[in-house]
Design a protein around this ligand. Structure first.
Ligand code: SAM
Length: 318
């Protein structure tokens, strides 16, 4: 099957998310930039997206199915499970947990491996997590079990900006329309896709569009040094990020050094990159409507604008 994947074709082996070192450093970097208080608020937000579906324990059409698109190191899934577990002490009937199936999908095997490692010891036998390495633009075609079978899809951290190939975002939205379960409100809650766009001055993906002049490099984030937990004898040193704007695409690149802590010896130094599409609200809302998705709500959180989407009446548009 032909895959459409802007990051893999633009960056190849230097694409940051293919590196197991970056996979570990990513979590430290996010915590530093976003802050642990804001990350905890995100967990509440993710759980609140799920809660309307929870009282519906008598399901006729299989489990309550959640897709975490571009799951990365599984931050969204960990947030949901932590909240589920704390509520489960009191309020949630056990059969609801058994019926919950969460899919973590990402095109990077390195990120999925880390997500699995972080989640394995937290999982209860009642939780089903399905991991898949698939590109966003093909995720239903590659996993046909998801067709008309997803109650909630979450695409966090503005990662939709990574769909930079021509037509890639539209192709992803068409997959979302195939995935969302056709429901019968008010008996069953309407299936939803929650997709976030980063606010322009967010630090996470150096997405400061106004500050960029075509062809001119801009520097973001100071150098960051952190010890590895996975490889305790090593430490990371990330350089500041260089950002170059070219035809509506921001290309971010940086060096990641791996240093032996005891001796200070430099073991490796790689240049990594990714790219992001500069967001245009008009274009985005036109694509949503062309693909058959309606906006139920827009929600502002700390650094993201969330679009809560449902199927427009005529699903046949795709
Ligand atoms: C900024 S991280 C977000 C990770 C996680 N969702 C979070 O909130 O922390 C971006 C993720 O998007 C993934 N990604 C980028 N483009 C993708 C694509 N076309 N298909 C699937 N995953 C993609 C990357 O591999 C990476 O794990």
């Amino acid at each position: 099957m032909m895959e459409m994947d802007g990051q893999q074709s633009a960056h190849g082996e230097s694409y940051a998310y293919t590196s197991p070192y970056w996979a570990e450093f990513y979590d430290m970097w996010v915590e530093e930039i976003i802050g642990s208080a804001a990350l905890t608020k995100d967990d509440d937000f993710f759980f609140n997206l799920l809660s309307p579906f929870l009282p519906n324990s008598t399901r006729v059409r299989g489990p309550l199915r959640v897709v975490d698109m571009a799951t990365g190191t599984g931050r969204v899934i960990r947030g949901i499970l932590q909240k589920m577990n704390s509520r489960a002490q009191g309020e949630l009937p056990g059969d609801i947990q058994k019926e919950l199936e969460i899919w973590g999908i990402d095109h990077s095997q390195a990120m999925i491996n880390r997500a699995k490692g972080l989640l394995e010891d937290k999982m209860k036998p009642s939780t089903t997590i399905v991991w898949r390495t698939s590109a966003a633009a093909n995720f239903v075609d590659e996993n046909p079990e998801l067709r008309n079978a997803v109650d909630l899809l979450i695409f966090a951290a503005g990662s939709i900006g990574h769909l930079t190939a021509h037509g890639e975002r539209r192709k992803f939205l068409q997959q979302v329309v195939k995935a969302l379960r056709i429901t019968n409100p008010p008996q069953t809650p309407r299936s939803i896709a929650a997709i976030s766009i980063l606010k322009p001055d967010d630090g996470l993906q150096e997405n400061c569009s106004e500050q960029h002049v075509a062809g001119k490099e801009v520097r973001f984030n100071a150098e960051m040094r952190k010890p590895s937990r996975q490889w305790p004898h090593l430490e990371y040193c990330k350089s500041e990020t260089m950002t170059l704007k070219d035809k509506g695409i921001l290309v971010n690149s940086f060096d990641l050094k791996i240093v032996e802590t005891a001796t200070g010896k430099l073991l490796s130094q790689e240049k990594y990159s990714w790219s992001l599409q500069v967001f245009s609200q008009t274009e985005w809302e036109r694509e949503l409507s062309d693909c058959g998705l309606s906006i139920s709500q827009k929600v502002e959180t700390g650094s993201e604008t969330w679009y809560i989407l449902h199927l427009a009446n005529k699903k046949s548009l795709v």
